[in-house]
Design a protein around this ligand. Structure first.
Ligand SMILES: [Zn+2]
Length: 644
């Protein structure tokens, strides 16, 4: 089935159970939350990107009641927070950014005194509430039209062109721009939500839907969701648009705009198989359903692992299922990241390194080692590039455990966390053997499920369960060097793809004989990317033209291949590829592609700077704040050109 009716019938047929906590009006006493996750207290778990002081008072449950106003691009309503505190007359400190706070009330509806501190550009404003005896409070607020987590799209920015669209992106510290709570990954919270939106639109969230939407006043429908597991607040996510749903298996499916549904479902046909593969590796999937929301092109990331509902870029829809490793990645986060979560952004590698490693194991299980080795080998290339980009092997930001003092956590989100992290885990696997490592990981996810974690906590756990005082093993692994020192330890395991040996030979031979269409016709997209990245960086126009023809590069729909080609074209100021570049940058807002292309343009001196300025001025309004936040530093535009 691929109608919108299917959405109603299939997606949430199994929903049942208690709604009492979600339904309690703020006037009733706070029921104890189903689960209260621990907050770590060691110095390594102190989150410098949150104002919260959970030792004094912490939020355990967030209940949202919001209306999405597409005309003013705001969400307005209340957040009712359940709070735990053992302190006399405590002050609750929340994270907010650009929120208009109208009032804070206790459960009986009495105003509570609160203070909204001056705003820090990255952290936002601390909202301090004098609780007195209140342990359930209600914050009445409105989001700003430029709330960084929320991207409001006009109908023209969607595939269907008829309806507006809204999606959120909370990671790293953007949830505070639409939910006033303790926005720290170390302070897990259950949540529930009542959302009103125009009747024609579907509301999806990273939780379980409760019942059917109800038509309410003002041409709106009201939707209810809940998440009964405590999650990090960056995982509270919402999408609202003209959405259709197609089931892909008993517990998997995809939401996207109706006109894109068939192509999207085709691309994701292996989803159910992937979930089964992941479970066979590291234990049961604990979140119920696993659906995808494939977003309009401005989504800034490849994917975002919002629980039960991965948000994904439409750039994965290559037409040939060649980019599904991205889905394996987001799925793997259902264990690494969502089940066991970095307590602070300094340990982001605990989310991403584990996930990149796990992603590759899923790919191996579903598609075989020949293919997964290619992907791992491409990851090694990415790691080398990241080390170079960050300033070489001594650079502080090549450490897994980062020092982010005074910085936006986004600055730590480099390929070090992903690729050095994954390489570290591959090195452990090679050292202790896959069998023991897999058994350990499975238990690790169990022991720490729904809890925050630090680097020190992982190392302690690993030593307790695996190293067990074995000095020779400790020496061989070099755990502390991996986590706390810059560069790449000598025992790093590099997975060499056998297939790439041939590709590298062809790339080396290109300067002499070029390449023929016949030679490349059976290459996978991974092989094409490898080939393009291994070619000499300086090529003549004639060579580039020959390459483009042989590989049919100007017609590539695979975004990774297209990106690799455009990087090469920009490096050579190859004019025939510029319309393609212009189209690519206008057609999607994925930071992984947008940022490096603008960097490459700017690196080309006046020629590239002029082009970058023109393109960015044209495209910036279509990008999410996550992407503009990075590109603004590379391509400075006058305020007028930014549309401000
Ligand atoms: Zn990830």
């Amino acid at each position: 089935m691929n109608t919108r009716i299917a959405l109603m019938l299939v997606a949430f047929a199994a929903v049942a159970g208690c709604q009492s906590r979600d339904k309690s009006p703020p006037g009733t006493a706070a029921a104890a939350p189903a689960t209260v996750a621990p907050v770590l207290t060691g110095p390594d778990a102190k989150d410098i990107h949150s104002y919260a002081d959970p030792a004094v008072a912490r939020v355990t449950h967030v209940q949202l009641d919001l209306t999405a106003h597409f005309d003013t691009r705001t969400m307005q309503g209340t957040a009712t927070l359940d709070v735990l505190s053992s302190v006399q007359d405590p002050k609750l400190t929340l994270d907010t950014r650009k929120l208009k706070i109208e009032a804070v009330r206790d459960a009986a509806g009495h105003d509570l005194p609160f203070q909204l501190a001056a705003a820090d550009p990255v952290m936002g404003s601390a909202l301090q509430v004098s609780l007195g005896g209140a342990r359930r409070i209600q914050v009445l607020y409105t989001t700003s039209p430029d709330a960084d987590a929320l991207q409001w799209l006009s109908p023209a920015q969607t595939a269907g062109k008829q309806q507006p669209y809204l999606f959120s992106q909370g990671e790293a510290i953007l949830t505070r721009t639409w939910v006033p709570t303790q926005d720290s990954p170390g302070i897990r919270q259950t949540w529930s939500a009542t959302i009103r939106a125009p009747e024609a639109l579907t509301v999806v969230m990273s939780g379980e839907r409760i019942g059917e939407p109800k038509v309410v006043a003002g041409g709106q429908r009201e939707w209810q969701y809940r998440m009964e597991h405590p999650v990090a607040p960056y995982l509270i996510a919402i999408g609202i648009g003209d959405l259709a749903f197609q089931s892909l298996g008993t517990r998997t499916g995809v939401y996207t705009e109706p006109s894109r549904l068939a192509a999207t479902a085709y691309e994701l046909a292996d989803l159910e198989k992937m979930v089964a593969a992941a479970e066979s590796l590291y234990g049961s999937y604990r979140w119920g359903r696993y659906d995808l929301l494939v977003l309009p092109p401005s989504f800034p990331f490849g994917g975002m692992e919002n629980p039960r509902l991965t948000f994904a870029t439409p750039t994965i829809i290559a037409g040939d299922r060649s980019l599904v490793s991205l889905v394996a990645h987001e799925l793997a986060h259902s264990w690494s990241g969502n089940l066991v979560t970095n307590a602070t952004w300094a340990d982001y590698w605990l989310n991403e390194g584990f996930t990149d490693y796990f992603e590759n194991r899923i790919m191996e299980r579903v598609y075989g080692a020949r293919f997964s080795n290619m992907l791992a080998d491409l990851g090694w290339d990415d790691l080398q590039a990241a080390i170079k980009d960050l300033g070489g092997l001594q650079a502080a930001d090549t450490r897994l455990h980062l020092d982010l003092a005074g910085r936006d956590p986004d600055d730590g989100m480099t390929d070090i966390a992903y690729q050095k992290g994954a390489t570290f885990l591959r090195t452990i696997e090679a050292t202790i053997g896959r069998e023991q490592w897999d058994a350990y990981l499975r238990d690790y996810f169990d022991r720490h499920a729904f809890q925050p974690q630090t680097s020190a906590g992982f190392l302690k756990d690993f030593r307790e369960h695996v190293v067990k005082g074995d000095a020779a093993l400790e020496q061989k692994l070099g755990l502390d060097a991996w986590v706390y020192e810059p560069g790449l330890p000598a025992n790093a395991v590099h997975i060499h793809s056998e297939a790439f040996a041939e590709i590298d030979k062809s790339a080396a031979a290109f300067a002499h004989g070029g390449i023929t269409a016949a030679a490349v016709k059976d290459w996978t997209s991974a092989e094409r990317v490898r080939y393009l990245n291994r070619l000499p960086r300086k090529l003549s126009n004639q060579q580039l033209a020959q390459l483009a023809t042989a590989m049919n590069l100007e017609a590539q729909r695979n975004s990774e291949v297209r990106f690799a080609w455009l990087q090469l074209a920009v490096a050579n100021r190859y004019a025939p590829a510029l319309p393609n570049l212009e189209d690519f940058l206008a057609s999607m807002g994925r930071r992984k592609f947008v940022l490096p292309l603008f960097k490459s343009l700017v690196a080309q001196g006046e020629w590239g700077k002029a082009l970058a300025t023109r393109l960015y001025a044209a495209d910036r309004a279509g990008y999410h704040s996550v992407t503009t936040g990075s590109v603004d530093k590379v391509v400075p535009l006058a305020a007028a050109a930014k549309g401000q």
